[in-house]
Design a protein around this ligand. Sequence first.
Ligand code: T4K
Length: 373
Amino acid sequence: MKIEAPIYVTRPSLPPLNEYVKLLEEIWKTRNLTNNGKFHQELEAKLCEFLGVKYISLFSNGTLALVTALQALKITGEVITTPFSFVATTHSLWWNGIKPVFVDIDPETYNLDTDKIEAAITPFTTAIMPVHVYGTPCNVVKMKEIADKYGLKIIYDACHAFGVKYKNESILNFGDLSILSFHATKIFNTFEGGAIVCNNEETKKRIDFLKNFGFADEVTVVAPGINAKMNEAQAALGVLQLKRINESIDKRKIIVNEYRSRLRKISGVKFLQDFDYVETNYQYFPIFINEIVYGKNRDAIYEELKKVNIFTRRYFYPLISDFSTYKALPSSSHENLPVAIKAANEVLCLPIYPDLDLETVVFICDFISNLKS
Ligand code: T4K
């Protein structure tokens, strides 16, 4: 059997078009298109409330938010980061002239292994840029201990962690700054978009200047800023998207439970465990294939599913450290990153989005079960 219409790893959620048209009519009437307009202000306020954070600054995308975050804290020299992420994490360092130093990941959370960070610190290290990959929180307590001990900043790439809570507290409240992505493929999307979360007014001000060319007022430029502002059409969409976000997370949970209950029976297929101190968002559903136990490798499943119109993704393969820009760095050596290499070779992200029907989930699980040798 083949699935009729292609099924992709994700499908963006959108509000009813007529609701959006009403807000667009308002934008047409006021001609207020960008530069901290009404919807921009409304979305910032609503996101602070929904996420349980003090200050948020909206961006045109997550990558520019990462790049600006490093500028905001004046980070230089070397930054410790994970190779198991989307390439934008490390690119943001490169765009700031910072040397990335890759450290291996933890085999349970797939996040930076805090036991291996200290060995990578040099006199040039100024910060750590960890990622809450798939929305699973990093070891934020240990991370802070290390940062405090060595006087380092922490900028969390929280692009997968919208709405995630750690011991009932927003995960975005840990570290100096947290970065979000509102890209089409994320649980909360504004077509493209992003944000920086911070915990004091002064930093929020500086970030707001930096994303608007550095302008403090009409005649004062306080820093060499960039243009990374979110426009009103994006912000208005965000206001509508926020109304349905809880419903969307609930639907994702049902899908994850269906996947788990079926895949649990297949030996050689591992999936992310639940952590009792975490309220997750079900952004991704990664599975990890043990080739020896399952009898086939991850790529076999990926290719065979494609033949039946199911397009999974290997997030994150190849490792960032294996891309040509970063490969020559000493910390990119395979001896330095055994856990990350294993994860990159075993991972497969299965389709997950609120409208995905359970029949398709059952089909995918049966397919993976039948393919096993
Ligand atoms: N840090 C982390 C940890 C990140 O994961 C990301 C982004 C960033 C930073 C940077 O944030 P942004 O600057 O992007 O805000 C996607 C996304 O482009 C990227 O945002 C995301 N991470 C990454 C994990 O995935 P691709 O190249 O896999 O996307 P694409 O276009 O192949 O989309 C995947 C599938 O989604 C498609 O096969 C079909 C479906 N899709 C996609 C789009 C864009 C749709 O149905 N509609 C759409 O409009 O990178």
